[in-house]
Design a protein around this ligand. Structure first.
Ligand code: ADP
Ligand code: MG
Length: 293
């Protein structure tokens, strides 16, 4: 294609709400055959709400939420924001936190009331040597079976409770998936969340395959593995932990509603946050470069 055609394509992208980093992006975009979609904040709204607070025996539910919310007040993750908001609503002003650190795609930690807290995926707490009291295993399984995400809260050498959050799929996601499939693309849900949750979401919107419970490095590894199989891979995401995969993919598409890290790493940003923007981009690239089908 001529430089002029590419520039025209980029301009047409802007009309579709696509911020395309440079005209050359369209070249790799048109060859994409596989699309990886992040779950939270990409296929789902990411407007999470806390649904359950389950303290271990001897722990006060409000104290559990108050402490977890304090640590999460420093988090950019949708789960963290939901927990911080619920804590503020239910328990008022949160206590001071020192030593806050976000462990991308895993959880957060910080010191509250003299205790070192960890809030994150249950496997993270197990890895850190914070065991789950037996009384919490039943509630954990029940919540996961219902398709909700659950995080564990630990301090003083063990898990002190669970907090469940519910998310909803974006009203635009099923149509976006159908459009990607109509372009001949294979769709894969790629998430750090637990498998039962991922499978419910994939089924709800018609996504072909699921890769769940991946660590942040696992998202890049999934891209690299597909590329090694000769696939040309697009990644659609919004989170800090999606950024390396967005950068590595042949086409990285960030949700405009996402984090700065994701937007910086991506080739294209979809202003409104509709994952169908990826289908618009691929269609536009094929059309601009004369390979529309
Ligand atoms: P997704 O791939 O769906 O966007 P992430 O990879 O961002 O999900 O997160 C994976 C898991 O890590 C979450 O389901 C949660 O268990 C845990 N996690 C990540 N960030 C946080 C946080 N701020 N607080 C608690 N748990 C978190
Ligand atoms: Mg996400």
């Amino acid at each position: 294609a001529t430089p002029t055609a590419l520039l025209v394509g980029t301009g047409r992208g802007a009309q579709l709400g696509l911020l395309i980093k440079g005209p050359e992006v369209l070249e790799s975009t048109r060859r994409v055959d596989t699309v990886l979609l992040d779950k939270t904040g990409t296929v789902t709204s990411g407007d999470l709400a806390v649904t359950d607070v389950v303290p271990a025996a001897g722990v006060d539910a409000d104290d559990l939420l108050r402490r977890a919310g304090a640590v999460e007040s420093g988090s950019e993750h949708p789960i963290g924001r939901a927990i911080a908001r619920a804590a503020d609503q239910r328990t008022g002003e949160h206590p001071a936190v020192t030593g806050f650190a976000a462990l991308a795609g895993l959880g957060v930690r910080g010191t509250v009331d003299g205790d070192q807290l960890v809030v994150g995926r249950p496997a993270l707490l197990a890895d850190l040597g914070l065991p789950m009291p037996t009384g919490l295993s039943g509630p954990l399984a029940d919540i996961q079976q219902q398709g909700r995400s659950v995080v564990a809260v630990g301090w003083a050498g063990r898990v002190q409770g669970l907090i469940a959050v519910a998310d909803t799929v974006k009203p635009t996601s099923a149509r976006a998936v159908a459009r990607l499939q109509a372009l001949g693309l294979r769709t894969v849900l790629l998430t750090g969340d637990q498998r039962p949750v991922a499978e419910q979401v994939a089924a709800a919107v018609g996504i072909d395959d699921v890769i769940a419970e991946v660590l942040p490095e696992g998202k890049v590894a999934a891209v690299v593995e597909l590329q090694a199989q000769g696939r040309v891979v697009a990644m659609i995401g919004d989170g800090v932990n999606d950024a390396p995969a967005l950068a590595r993919a042949d086409l990285g598409v960030a949700m405009g509603t996402g984090t700065d890290a994701a937007i910086e790493a991506a080739d294209i940003t979809v202003v409104g946050g509709d994952p169908a923007g990826a289908a618009d981009a691929i269609r536009l690239a094929r059309r601009t470069l004369g390979t529309i089908r």
